[in-house]
Ligand binder design. Structure first.
Ligand SMILES: NC(=O)c1ccc[n+]([C@@H]2O[C@H](COP(=O)([O-])OP(=O)(O)OC[C@H]3O[C@@H](n4cnc5c(N)ncnc54)[C@H](O)[C@@H]3O)[C@@H](O)[C@H]2O)c1
Ligand SMILES: O=P([O-])([O-])O[C@@H]1[C@@H](O)[C@H](O)[C@@H](O)[C@H](O)[C@@H]1O
Length: 539
C-alpha cells in the first residue's frame, strides 16, 4: 500500500508488504526536541492539560498545566510472533489466511470479479493520520498510520496458537465458512500445515454445546500450575523454533462466563497464584493464559468479553511490569454505536432509547446461545455509552441514562454474516423525536480479523516506548519507565476497554482514536491534532 499520494513515496516492495526501509523513514521531525539515532527516537514533549477546581460558590477555576516528558522509542522492529488462543476459530483462521494472502499478494475470482488481498478495516494498515500542513500550499499532509512510528508489518508476523479443536487450519477454515473457495484454494496447502497446540478446557466456562469440538486437550479440567508452565513452554518453544525476538498472545477463543470475584481467591496476585496452585474451580482458562503470559513477559490481549483480568491478574501484571489489554474486539454494531452515540449526544440531541439486536449463525453465536456466555457479551455491549452520557449534564440528570437493550440470537442459517439491527430513539427540539433505524450486515470475522492485527501491532510498539517526566524544577526522574501494564491505548479496538485501576474508561470512538494517534505523535515530538486550523481563519 503506497503512502498517501500527497507524499508521493512508494515503499511497496512487490511482495504485498509496504515497509519503509529502516533507514528511510517516511518523515523526519525537524525540531530541537527530537533526536534520531540509529537505535532510538528521543523526544521532549510538553503535555498541556487544564486542572479545574470548584470554587465555594459552585463555579469552576481552570488552571492550565504543563508537564514535560522525555519519550524514547526503540527503532528496531523485532521479528514478532502472534499466538492466538482459539486459533482454529472463525477469527483465527480468517486472520491467518488473510495475512498469508496479503504476504503473497493474492488475487482471487468472485462473482463480482477479481478481488485482491488488502488490510481494509485495520486502523494501522488502512487509515491515515495528519502529519501537518504543506508549507507551500497549506494543504493537509496525511500519511499512513503505519508510518508514524517503526511498526511490525502484518505480512511479517509469524502465527501460531492453541485450540481445543485439533483440526488443521485448512479444515478449520472450511468449518468457519468465511472466505471464498477461490481464495481458500490458494492458501489451503499452507493452512493445512498449521496445527493448533493442545489447550486447556474447563467445561463450565464455555457453553456445553462446544464440547463436541474439544478433542485437542491438555490433561486436567481445572486450573493448575502444570497448565501455566505448559503454556509458558509453548511460548518459549514457538519463539525459539521461529527465531523470534518477541511474541504477543491474543485470546480469540470462545466467550467464557464471568468468573466470580472471590476475596482470598482472585483479589490479589498472591491469592490468584495460590488459587491456581490449589486448582480452584473459579479460575478461568483465559485467566490461566493471562497468568502464563504475564510470567513469561509476553503481552496478553483479551478479545472476548469475560472478566479474564480479575484483580489478582492485574496486580500480577503490574508486579511483573507485563502488558495486558482487553476486553472484547469492537468490530461492528458496537463500533457503530460508540460513534453514533457520541455524535448524537455531543450535538445536544437527547438519546433516550437504544435497542440492539444481533442475529448470527457462526460458532461464536452458538456459544453465545448459552445464557451465561451471552451475559458476558451483554455487559460488554451495554456499557459502551456510559462515558458519553455522563459527560453531558445538560441532557442527563445525575444517574439518568437512555434505555438500552441488547439481544443476540443464534440463527445458524446466516453463518458468519452477522445481522445487526439497531433503533436509536431521541428527543429533539420542542418535543420532537428522532428515530434512527440501522440494518447492518457485518461479516463478523472479516471485521474482527483486522482488529486482531491492530491489537498485536500496537501492543508490540508499546513494548518499545519508554518515558520519564521532568519535575517542576526541570530535573527528570531517574530511569525511563514502561507505560502502565494495562494498555488502555488499545481501547479503539475494544468494546470494554480495560484501564489502569481507578482511571476513567473512554468509549467514544473519536476520543479513542485521537488518544492512539496523539500518543504516537508525541513520541516523535509532534503536537496533538487539534483541528483548529487557525492558519485558515486568522489572516
Ligand atoms: N466480530 C467477531 O467475530 C467478534 C467480535 C468481538 C468479539 N469476538 C469474540 O472473539 C471470540 C472468537 O470469535 P470467533 O467468531 O472466532 O469464535 P469461534 O467460536 O469461531 O472460535 C473460537 C475458538 O476458540 C476455541 N476455544 C474455545 N475454548 C478454548 C480454549 N480454552 N483454548 C483454546 N481454544 C479454545 C474453539 O474451539 C474455537 O475454535 C469470541 O469470544 C467472540 O465473542 C468476535
Ligand atoms: O459487532 P459488535 O457489537 O462489535 O460485536 C459483535 C456482536 O455484535 C456479536 O453479537 C457477537 O457475536 C460478536 O462476537 C461481536 O461481539
Amino acid at each position: 500500500m503506497a503512502p498517501h499520494a500527497e507524499v508521493g513515496l512508494d515503499f511497496s516492495n512487490g511482495n504485498g508488504s509496504t515497509t519503509a526501509p529502516a533507514n528511510k523513514d517516511l518523515f523526519k521531525v525537524n525540531s530541537p526536541n527530537v533526536v534520531y539515532t540509529d537505535n532510538e527516537i528521543r523526544s521532549k514533549y510538553t503535555y498541556r492539560t487544564t486542572l479545574v477546581n470548584e470554587t465555594a460558590d459552585g463555579k469552576f477555576e481552570a488552571t492550565p498545566k504543563e508537564t514535560v516528558y522525555d519519550f524514547k522509542v526503540d527503532r528496531k522492529v523485532p521479528k514478532t510472533g502472534m499466538m492466538l488462543v482459539g486459533w482454529g476459530g472463525n477469527n483465527g483462521t480468517t486472520v491467518t489466511a488473510g495475512i498469508i494472502a496479503n504476504r503473497r499478494g493474492l488475487v482471487w475470482e468472485t462473482r463480482e470479479g477479481p478481488r485482491a488481498a488488502n488490510y481494509y478495516g485495520s486502523v494501522v494498515m488502512g487509515s491515515t493520520v495528519k502529519l501537518g500542513t504543506n508549507a507551500k500550499t497549506s494543504k493537509d499532509v496525511n500519511i499512513p498510520f503505519h508510518d508514524i512510528l517503526p511498526m511490525v508489518h502484518p505480512n511479517d508476523l509469524v502465527i501460531g496458537g492453541w485450540d481445543i479443536s485439533g483440526l488443521n487450519l485448512a479444515k478449520a477454515m472450511d468449518r468457519a465458512a468465511v472466505l471464498e473457495p477461490t481464495l481458500k484454494e490458494q492458501v489451503k496447502k499452507e493452512m493445512a500445515s498449521l496445527v493448533p497446540l493442545p489447550s486447556i478446557y474447563y467445561p463450565d466456562f464455555i457453553a456445553a454445546n462446544q464440547e463436541d469440538r474439544a478433542d485437542n486437550l491438555l490433561e486436567g479440567s481445572k486450573a493448575c500450575m502444570e497448565h501455566v508452565e505448559q503454556i509458558r513452554k509453548d511460548i518459549r518453544d514457538f519463539k525459539v523454533t521461529n527465531n523470534l525476538d518477541k511474541v504477543i498472545v491474543q485470546w480469540t477463543a470462545n466467550t467464557e462466563r464471568f468468573a466470580d470475584l472471590i476475596p482470598g481467591i482472585n483479589d490479589t496476585a498472591a491469592n490468584l497464584m495460590n488459587a491456581i496452585k490449589n486448582g480452584h474451580e473459579e479460575v478461568a482458562p483465559s485467566t490461566v493464559f493471562a497468568v502464563a503470559c504475564i510470567l513469561e513477559g509476553v503481552p496478553f490481549i483479551n478479545g472476548s468479553p469475560q472478566n479474564t483480568f480479575v484483580p489478582g491478574a492485574i496486580e500480577l501484571a503490574e508486579k511483573h511490569n507485563a502488558f495486558i489489554g482487553g476486553d472484547d474486539f469492537k468490530s461492528g454494531q458496537t463500533k457503530m454505536k460508540s460513534a453514533l452515540v457520541d455524535f448524537l449526544i455531543s450535538a445536544g440531541i437527547k438519546l433516550t432509547s437504544i435497542a440492539s439486536y444481533n442475529h448470527l449463525g457462526n460458532n461464536d453465536g452458538k456459544n453465545l446461545s448459552s445464557q451465561k456466555q451471552f451475559r458476558s457479551k451483554e455487559i460488554s455491549k451495554s456499557n459502551v455509552v456510559d462515558d458519553m452520557v455522563e459527560a453531558n449534564s445538560v441532557l442527563y440528570k445525575k444517574g439518568e441514562h437512555p434505555d438500552h437493550t441488547v439481544v443476540i440470537k443464534y440463527m445458524p442459517a446466516i453463518g458468519d454474516n452477522k445481522r445487526a439491527l439497531d433503533e436509536y430513539y431521541a428527543e429533539i427540539f420542542m418535543g420532537g423525536h428522532q428515530t434512527i433505524s440501522i440494518f447492518n450486515v457485518c461479516e463478523d470475522s472479516l471485521l474482527a480479523s483486522p482488529l486482531i492485527i491492530d491489537l498485536v501491532v500496537v501492543a508490540e510498539v508499546m513494548t518499545r516506548i519508554q518515558w520519564k517526566a521532568h519535575s517542576s524544577d526541570g530535573a527528570t526522574t531517574k530511569d525511563f519507565k514502561n507505560f502502565h501494564s494495562v494498555l488502555s491505548i488499545l481501547s479503539f479496538m475494544l468494546k470494554a476497554p480495560l484501564t489502569p485501576p481507578g482511571t476513567p474508561v473512554i468509549n467514544a470512538l473519536a476520543k479513542q482514536r485521537s488518544a492512539l494517534v496523539n500518543i504516537f505523535k508525541a513520541c516523535v515530538g509532534l503536537e496533538p491534532e487539534n483541528d483548529m486550523t487557525l492558519e485558515h481563519k486568522l489572516f
